[in-house]
Ligand binder design. Structure first.
Ligand SMILES: C[S@@+](CC[C@H](N)C(=O)[O-])C[C@H]1O[C@@H](n2cnc3c(N)ncnc32)[C@H](O)[C@@H]1O
Length: 221
C-alpha cells in the first residue's frame, strides 16, 4: 500500500461528519492504533501533520528552556511531540500516557519518555493532582478519543503555575456534539479563575490542509 493510500485510511478513520464515525468506540479506535503503530508516523507525514511541531513550540515558549520541567504527554502515541520538543532543547523529563501499547512501544524504542503509562485517560485517571509542570495533548480531542470534559482533569494534574497545551483539528469543535463543549468549558475554567486562558487561536494547515486550534491554559499560583 502506498503512503498516500495509507494516509487515506487514517483520513477515513478521522472523518466524522456522519453519525457512524461518532459511534465508533474508543476501544475500536485504540485497536486501530495498535494495529497501525509502526506506520503511524509515515501516514501522518503524508498528510503534512504539523500538530506535534506546533505543540512542541508552545511547550518550549512557556517552559522557557527549563530542561527538567516535568511534562505529561497525554495521548502521546509514538512520541512525536517530544521528538519535536527536543529539536528546541534537550528536555529530559517527559512522561507519556496512551491507551495504545504498541504506539507507546515505538516511543519507548526511540527513548522519548522517562515513564510510560499505557492507559485510557478519563476523569477517573489516577495521575496525581498538581504533579506536572506541563501537560500536552496533541491530536487527542477528536471523536472517539478524548471527551471534552477531561480538560478539567488535565487542569487538575498540572502544578500551580503549570500549563495545559492542547492542539487539535478546529473542525471538531464546530460540529461534534461532545467536542463542541470544549471551548465553552475552557472559557468557564477561565471565567471562574480556576485557570488562565493564555492562548486560543486558529492556525492554518494543521493536517492535510485543515485548520488547527491551539489552546494554552495556565493554573494560577
Ligand atoms: C492521532 S493520535 C495522536 C498521537 C500523538 N499525540 C501525535 O500527535 O502524533 C491519537 C492517540 O490517542 C490515543 N488515545 C485515543 N483515545 C485515548 C484515551 N481515551 N486515552 C488514552 N489514549 C487515547 C490513541 O491510542 C492514539 O495513540
Amino acid at each position: 500500500m502506498s503512503v498516500q493510500e495509507n494516509y487515506d485510511n487514517w483520513e477515513e478513520i478521522f472523518r466524522v461528519r456522519d453519525k457512524e464515525e461518532q459511534q465508533i468506540s474508543v476501544t475500536e479506535k485504540v485497536t486501530y492504533y495498535n494495529t497501525n503503530a509502526t506506520n503511524y508516523e509515515e501516514s501522518m507525514a503524508a498528510g503534512d501533520y504539523s500538530g506535534p511541531r506546533l505543540t512542541a513550540s508552545l511547550l518550549h515558549k512557556y517552559l522557557k528552556g527549563r530542561l527538567d520541567a516535568k511534562i505529561l504527554d497525554v495521548c502521546g502515541g509514538t512520541g512525536l511531540v517530544i521528538r519535536e520538543l527536543r529539536k528546541f532543547a534537550s528536555y529530559n523529563n517527559a512522561d507519556g500516557l496512551d491507551a495504545a501499547e504498541n504506539m507507546m512501544a515505538v516511543a519507548k524504542e526511540n527513548g522519548l519518555y522517562n515513564n510510560i503509562f499505557p492507559q485510557y485517560f478519563t476523569l477517573e485517571s489516577d495521575v496525581p493532582s498538581n504533579s506536572y509542570d506541563a501537560l500536552s495533548s496533541c491530536g487527542a480531542f477528536l471523536p472517539g478519543h478524548l471527551k471534552a470534559e477531561v480538560v478539567t482533569k488535565m487542569c487538575d494534574i498540572v502544578k500551580p503555575g503549570g500549563y495545559v497545551v492542547i492542539v487539535m483539528r478546529k473542525h471538531f469543535t464546530d460540529y461534534d456534539s461532545n467536542l463542541m463543549q470544549l471551548r465553552p468549558l475552557v472559557h468557564k475554567l477561565a471565567d471562574t479563575k480556576q485557570m488562565e486562558l493564555i492562548e486560543e487561536c486558529v492556525t492554518e494547515n494543521y493536517v492535510n490542509g485543515h485548520d488547527g486550534l491551539k489552546i494554552v491554559l495556565r493554573k494560577p499560583c
